[in-house]
Design a protein around this ligand. Structure first.
Ligand code: HEM
Length: 149
């Protein structure tokens, strides 16, 4: 395996691993009723996105484009893999934006307000769930990569 492909797969592990942790955090957040608990989980999700998930998906994309240079005429499955990879990355970018918006907003709410009981908090959290629509695309890209390459 070339070092660039190694880096692609390593970044992928970082991306998928942190995304899996985020899904668990969101499930726990849904069940958390205390104000402090909600604020802590909202903060933690934002920290994971900034420090692990964003570097993970950016390095996956950058190394993916370098790997593409080897293929002047990409095959059909490679096109589908790239399309699915880009769709997953776009959904991820949307998710990170909403998570950071929610974190910034949660810091500004009144001392006696529960983030997930306010309309803005519910809307931003719904958008975070919506971004999970990117997950099937990520798995199709992974399936094609494992089966065809
Ligand atoms: C969710 C997103 C992605 C996943 C799950 C994924 C997964 C993988 C995996 C597992 C490999 C190693 C395959 C092997 O040799 O066994 C690989 C290779 C590769 N990936 Fe990705 N990738 C993703 C995104 C991208 C993107 C966005 C691009 C292009 C911009 C890309 C381009 C490539 C190329 C060209 C190879 C090398 C194929 C070869 O020469 O063997 N990947 N990918």
């Amino acid at each position: 395996m070339s070092w660039i492909k190694y880096l692609h797969v390593l970044a992928l592990v970082l991306w998928f691993g942190s995304a899996a942790a985020d899904i668990i955090l969101e499930l726990v957040l849904r069940k958390t009723s205390s104000r402090e608990g909600q604020l802590t989980l909202i903060r933690l999700h934002a920290i994971i996105d900034k420090t692990l998930e964003t570097p993970g998906f950016l390095v996956t994309l950058i190394t993916g484009f370098f790997l593409l240079m080897k293929y002047p005429n990409p095959s059909g499955p490679l096109y589908v893999k790239i399309g699915c990879g880009l769709a997953a990355a776009a959904a991820n970018l949307f998710c990170v934006k909403k998570v950071l918006d929610r974190d910034r907003w949660a810091k500004s709410i009144a001392k006696d307000a529960w983030p997930l009981q306010l309309e803005r908090g519910k809307d931003l959290t719904r958008d975070v769930y919506l971004s999970m629509l990117g997950v099937p695309f990520a798995f199709v890209a992974l399936y094609i990569a494992v089966v065809y390459f």
